[in-house]
Structures are given as C-alpha cells and as structure tokens.
Ligand binder design. Structure first.
Ligand SMILES: NC(=O)c1ccc[n+]([C@@H]2O[C@H](COP(=O)([O-])OP(=O)(O)OC[C@H]3O[C@@H](n4cnc5c(N)ncnc54)[C@H](OP(=O)(O)O)[C@@H]3O)[C@@H](O)[C@H]2O)c1
Length: 329
C-alpha cells in the first residue's frame, strides 16, 4: 500500500441517499496533544451512519465523513498521551468520522482490544456491543425472569441483545422481517420469534405471555412499531425507544403512557452512557470480558471494501443485512 492510498476514505458533500457517498482522498494530519493516529483495519457500519448521511441528524462539519466505530493499530501518539504506544491494537466509537483508512482520534476515546479479538469483531462491537451493554444494564436493568421484547432481533444490535438477555436469565421475544432472520435470531438467545411483517406482533406477544405483557420493550424500529410496542408492556413497564430504522416516531404523546398503564419511556443515546473515560472503560471491560468468556459473539453477516460503503448502506437500509456489517480498509 503506498502513502496516497492510505489516506483514502468516504465523504458526502450534501445530504442524500447512498449515492452521495464518494471515495475520496482525505487529509489525515499528525496527532496533536492527547491524540493518537490510527491505521484502521476494520470499520463497522451502523444505522446511525445512514441518519447522518441522509441529513436526519445534523452534520458536525461539511463534508461529512460518516462512520461510528472502527478498530486498528496505533501508528503514533501526540504529546501527553499515557498508556498507548505504536503497535497497540485499539477500537473506538464516536458519532461520525470513521469511514477512512487512517484517522487521528482523541486518545481518551480509545480502548485496547484483547489479542484474541480480531479487528473486524472489535469494529462491530464497539457501538453495537456497548449499546446492548448499557441498554440491559443501565437504561433498564434487566433481571432474571423478566420478559423482554426486542425489535429487529436479527440486526447488528439485535443479535447481541438476544445473547445478553439470555445470559441475564430473561425471556426474550424478538421480531424479525424474514424466515432466514428468524432462524439466526433463535440461535442468538431469543426464546420466541415473531415475524412482524406477516403477523400482528402485539397480538402474538399477548399470546406468548398469556396476556401478562413485557417488563421492557427495546424498540429501534420507531415509527412502524411504537404503538404496538406500548401495547406489549405490562402495567408500569418500560418503553425504550433507541432508534428509528423505519422513520422518526410521529404523534407520540405523554398521555399515551398513562393510557398504556402508567408506563415509563426513555429515548437513550449510547454517547450519554460513555461520556466519561471511566464509564467507557468499565462498559468496554464488561463487553470484552463477555466476549472472552464466549457469552457474547459478534455475528458479521456482511463484509464490503471501504470504497464500496455505498453498497453497504443500500443493503442496510434495504433490510437485507443480518447481524453486523463491516468495511475492510
Ligand atoms: N440510541 C443509541 O445509542 C443507538 C446505538 C446503536 C444503534 N441504535 C439504533 O439501533 C437500531 C439498530 O442498528 P443496527 O446498526 O444494528 O441496524 P440493524 O438492526 O442491523 O438494521 C436495521 C433493521 O431494522 C429493521 N427494519 C424495520 N423496518 C425497517 C425499515 N423501514 N427500513 C430499514 N430497516 C428496517 C430491519 O430488520 P428486519 O428485516 O428484521 O425488520 C433492519 O435489518 C437502529 O435504529 C439504530 O439507530 C441506537
């Protein structure tokens, strides 16, 4: 690889569909105080990348470089960086900026990855795995015996959630959009699977729970599912709306929580649960310990070359992906 190729990446000059993603030469620069330069080996693809690309989420700067998780090797560090050295294997999650071959990153956002964890696994766990970690431990602490509904159970976050919920002793119900996805979700911890494209999922959850409903619903689909999700909850249950793969929730009113039985609701973002270095490190340590113990496995269902990020976005938005999608540099 020559040096000009090493500084390639993906950018968008205006919001739009996958076609706005361009393969372009990018300035990398040198690491400054408190920063490290990373040679990225694998980059995770996440639904949040499509929210930035489309303009649903405001751009931090223009042009946009999408991408919210990656793993690689430290090439060099700037002044005042302790505990990191060239050659260290690291990963990070940040809202955008990861679709590139080399990147300068604040050192306090990096975590070292165990030698046994391949780059593509680390790159598909930093955002998706830490999301599952905070959702079940902190946003709503799931306990043994809880009944939990997860939408898009065969997705990147969904497959990790299923395994984590099983490990905690919860009974997990997962919704999926196809028979193939149903099989994969069932192999990742879900006790019950509902195809929400062909069945009324709220009616099926009522049957499965003998009318009792769920303690918590983790809903990342949003506009197409939120009404049904509220119907699936027990009295005083928790509605966790953590994404909007089908579009932003419209028309939700606080009074809907009263009508559903004094429900609770949260709209959490991972970055508020890893804002401090200490919290990032403790959640990442928990995640990688689970991975080392074989309790949580990342399922990489699709791989694309970084320059083909457009195709990855088409597949993700088209509901054609299973588990995690990784771009290789
Ligand atoms: N709040 C946070 O901090 C946070 C962090 C990470 C992720 N998230 C959210 O979690 C969700 C999952 O992210 P992910 O990257 O793992 O994606 P993903 O779940 O792998 O992909 C999205 C899935 O959503 C389902 N879906 C339902 N309706 C859809 C529609 N109209 N268009 C596209 N997909 C639709 C599809 O599964 P089926 O075919 O099975 O329906 C699709 O595969 C996203 O909403 C993301 O924004 C939030």
């Amino acid at each position: 690889m020559n040096s000009s190729e090493r500084d390639m990446g993906i950018c968008a000059r205006a919001p739009g569909g996958p076609e706005v993603l361009e393969w372009a030469a990018l300035e990398t620069g040198e690491p400054g105080r408190g920063e490290a330069l990373i040679a990225q080996r694998a980059v995770g693809v996440n639904f949040i990348d499509t929210y930035f690309r489309s303009g649903l989420y405001p751009w931090p700067s223009s042009p946009l470089i999408p991408g919210s998780e990656a793993a690689g090797v430290v090439e060099s560090v700037g002044a005042d960086v302790a505990g990191l050295a060239p050659g260290d294997r690291v990963a990070y999650t940040m809202p955008s900026g990861a679709y590139r071959q080399r990147r300068v990153v604040p050192a306090d956002r990096l975590v070292k990855i165990p030698d046994a964890v391949p780059f593509e696994i680390a790159a598909s766990l930093m955002l998706k795995g830490l999301t599952a970690q905070f959702l079940v431990n902190s946003c709503f602490p799931v306990k043994a015996g809880h009944t939990v509904l997860v939408h898009a159970a065969a997705g990147g976050v969904g497959l990790i959630l299923g395994q984590w919920l099983k490990m905690l002793g919860a009974s997990a119900i997962g919704t999926v959009g196809s028979a193939e996805k149903a099989q994969i979700a069932a192999a990742h911890g879900y006790a019950h699977i509902v195809n929400y494209r062909s069945e009324d999922f709220a009616a099926r959850v009522a049957e499965i729970t003998a009318g009792k409903g769920c303690d918590v619903v983790y809903d990342s689909v949003g506009n197409d599912t939120w009404r049904g999700s509220l119907k699936c909850l027990k009295r005083r249950g928790m509605f966790v709306s953590f994404g909007q793969s089908s579009g932003m929730i419209a028309e939700f009113k606080l009074a809907d929580l009263a009508a559903g039985g004094s429900l609770f609701a949260s709209r959490p973002m991972l970055f508020d649960y890893i804002a401090s270095r200490a919290e990032l490190q403790s959640r990442a340590a928990d995640l990688f310990a689970r991975v080392a113990a074989g309790e949580v496995r990342a399922h990489v269902g699709q791989r694309f070359a970084l320059r083909d990020a457009r195709d990855a976005h088409l597949a993700l938005a088209g509901r054609r992906t299973i588990g995690a999608t990784v771009l290789t540099t």
